[in-house]
Design a protein around this ligand. Structure first.
Ligand SMILES: N[C@@H](CCC(=O)N[C@@H](CS)C(=O)NCC(=O)O)C(=O)O
Length: 205
């Protein structure tokens, strides 16, 4: 088995890094420097034409998009380890939360980032920034309600928690106020106790 993981520390690839460490599968990590243009080099673009991290290459086949990677690694290595549900409705819920993270929450977070004036060339757009913040708060409210009375999203810890928590952690670093969401706060503390989380964070993400 060969598994190569292309990543940059403290990026979307951190989600995949956490998933790999949770699973405990051996992999060959290839660290890229996005500022130095490593993701735009022709040899990397052949593996991932989007010029982004994460990418994994499993037995010679490239897979990109962090959401697809989490689901793929989950079904390939996670079922026996009880980190990913077997096929069935619970598997559907795990996929739902991973998709929600990237598509629904991710959309509002990217919109906020661009409106903030701190990502790319656009100046700050106050109105769009406020709208994005309100949308993020609404989505976090949905997550908070979901977590009420539960230890983890599906009851027991799963890679859906790994994936979504990594983004929530990033929201915290972006100074998005998570204080109103008490259930998210206690869930986050539980997720941070995971040895894989502590190992990845100690390594720089
Ligand atoms: N939708 C992609 C987003 C990946 C992405 O945006 N990666 C950024 C880092 S957070 C990147 O590689 N940027 C490098 C570049 O644009 O050159 C995923 O979920 O994997």
């Amino acid at each position: 088995m060969s598994l190569i993981f292309y990543f940059a520390p403290m990026s979307t690839a951190t989600l995949t890094h956490l998933v790999l460490e949770e699973l405990g599968v051996p992999y060959d990590g290839k660290k890229l420097d996005t500022r130095a243009g490593d993701t735009q080099k022709p040899e990397y673009l052949k593996i991932n034409p989007n010029g982004k991290v994460p990418t994994i290459v499993h037995d010679g086949v490239a897979i990109w998009e962090s959401s697809a990677i989490t689901m793929y690694l989950g079904e390939t290595f996670g079922v026996e380890k009880k980190l990913w549900p077997a096929p069935g409705p619970k598997r559907g819920q795990a996929m739902m939360w991973v998709a929600w993270t990237n598509v629904t929450l991710g959309e509002a977070v990217y919109r906020r980032g661009h409106a903030s004036g701190q990502w790319g060339p656009e100046p700050k757009n106050e109105k769009a920034f406020d709208t994005a913040n309100a949308d993020i708060a609404k989505l976090l409210g949905i997550l908070d309600t979901e977590l009420a009375g539960k230890q983890f999203l599906l009851g027991d810890y799963s890679l859906a928690d790994t994936h979504l928590h990594s983004i929530c952690d990033w929201l915290h670093h972006m100074k998005i106020d998570l204080a109103p969401f008490a259930h998210i706060a206690t869930w986050s503390e539980r997720c941070k106790q995971r040895p894989a989380y502590q190992k990845v964070m100690a390594s720089g993400g």
